[in-house]
Ligand binder design. Structure first.
Ligand code: BES
Ligand code: ZN
Length: 457
């Protein structure tokens, strides 16, 4: 491994330059007009994989954005196979005026690379690619077989990946899935994540009169869809912070005492948490701590609300339509289809007969718990320790990677969530960043992982 580490040291600048090229391509997957940039990014990645010796890499089409797939199977049939999953697509960048430097012109400030996708997930997935490059360049081979599955639709719900995996089970057969798309618990504290929340994302449209009305002529006699919608939304949670959708908690797996104790041992301060957010206090489901609320309890948030006049000045209008986007984060063993159905019928029930309600499901993914005692996790613990010099901790995450659950079901292989991001990375926000040290350390951790895993299995 000495030669591996010195190769990584010697190639630091070039690896960073390549990551910058990757980051400059605005691969926002959710904006239909941007599809060509997403494809350009996939093609760039494909070139990079070919250049490091994954010669059979190819784009694989889906009804949406393409998947970049490649494999290196020369470790032979007796060696284990590691499937690396990541995503090359990124979130939208708005509000643009809050960025200190342009989202697709990466720069380094104070040891961090700033730009959209730096941490989520281009920087993290690229660390693995450079680790593979390193093994191939130094030894001409890897101690494990590698498959790379890098998708372009994670940030818009991985809508086509489940079918893809289902129809390519043989191609994707592996002993473990390795993913770096999560964050550490704290700076300097490498972490392995063992649970992600799922998601059910719906849009609700409330229609009242068939056209916008004069609020003087009609106001007081006709239901206003914005007010109806606001009333419906207000009923979605009770005074104890519990979600009121009938049956919502039916399948929620309770936290064990051991887990609650484990969470308490992590270095977390509620005061610091609130200070960082500039809020007077947290709020949520009664009887649970902040970590429990975000990691192991389901949540419901209004992500956007639309209706009526929002331009300059005043307009006296009683609008015809109002809508809201609502996402619910789910925990084991809730099912996103079941929850989407439950919220749909509840919203219909909450609405008065004077309006029409339409609920559309935008995307969904199931929550997941991955084993903490798999061989992959054992290898990841050792690799993070070797690369960063600190013993990793176990944590859960409130965010979602919708496809992780599908890997377990379809490929029957455990997933290892060896994240490289930091809590202050501002993923999905302006000024997203990725610590330069985590990029280089991540290349090392991944390079160690291949070695460790080959020895254990
Ligand atoms: N990398 C994130 C998942 C994540 C979020 C990890 C927070 C650690 C902390 C992932 O790319 C993501 O953001 N997923 C989306 C999925 C959604 C669009 C279906 C999410 O969680 O919002
Ligand atoms: Zn991500």
């Amino acid at each position: 491994m000495d030669r591996v580490v010195s190769y990584i040291e010697q190639n630091k600048q070039r690896h960073l330059d390549e990551l910058f090229e990757f980051l400059r391509i605005p691969s926002i997957s959710s904006e239909p007009d941007n599809a060509l940039h997403v494809r350009e990014c996939a093609l760039w990645l494909l070139d990079n994989l070919k250049s490091i010796g994954i010669e059979n890499s190819r784009l694989m089409e889906t009804p949406g954005h393409p998947i970049v797939y490649g494999e290196w199977m020369n470790a032979g049939p007796d060696a284990p196979t590691v499937l690396i999953y990541g995503h090359y697509d990124v979130q939208p960048v708005d509000p643009l005026d809050l960025w200190k430097s342009k989202p697709f012109e990466p720069v380094i400030r104070n040891g961090k690379i700033y730009g959209r996708g730096t941490s989520d997930d281009k920087g993290q997935v690229f660390a693995h690619i450079k680790a593979i490059e390193t093994h191939l360049a130094v030894h001409g081979k890897l101690p494990v077989n590698i498959k790379l599955l890098i998708e372009g639709e994670e940030e818009s719900g991985s809508n086509h990946l489940e079918d893809f995996i289902h129809s390519h089970k043989d191609m994707l057969k592996c002993d473990t899935v390795l993913i770096s798309d999560t964050e550490w618990f704290a700076d300097g504290l490498p972490s392995i994540c063992y649970s992600l929340r799922g998601i059910s994302y719906v849009e609700v449209l409330v229609t009242g009169p068939n056209r916008d009305l004069h609020s003087g002529t009609y106001g007081g006699a006709v239901d206003n869809p914005i007010q109806v919608l606001a009333g419906m939304i207000a009923k979605l949670k009770d005074e104890y912070g519990r979600i009121t959708i009938p049956g919502f908690y039916d399948d929620v797996l309770d936290l064990t005492i051991e887990e609650r104790e484990g969470f308490k041992k992590l270095p977390f301060s509620n005061d610091e948490y609130c200070k960082d957010l500039d809020i007077a206090g947290g709020n949520g489901e009664f009887g649970y701590t902040t970590l429990e609320r975000t990691w192991a309890r389901p949540s419901l948030d209004i992500n956007g609300i639309k209706g009526g006049y929002i331009g300059e000045g005043a307009k006296t209008v009683l609008p015809s339509i109002a809508s809201a986007k609502i996402s619910m984060r789910l925990v084991p063993h809730q099912n996103h289809h079941d929850i989407s159905e439950k919220i749909t019928s509840y919203l219909n029930k909450l609405a008065p007969p004077t309006v029409k309600v339409e609920v559309n499901s935008l995307h969904g993914g199931n929550p997941v718990l991955v084993p903490r005692d798999s061989k992959g996790v054992t290898a990841a613990l050792a690799s993070l320790k070797s690369a960063f010099g600190v013993d990793p901790v176990f944590m859960r995450e409130g965010g979602s990677i919708p496809i992780v659950n599908v890997f377990g079901l379809e490929l029957n292989a455990p997933t290892v969530l060896m994240g490289l991001g930091l809590p202050g990375d501002n993923i999905h926000s302006p000024n997203e960043s990725f610590a330069v040290d985590n990029f280089y350390g991540g290349i090392k951790a991944s390079a160690y992982f291949f070695d460790e895993y080959s020895k254990i299995v």
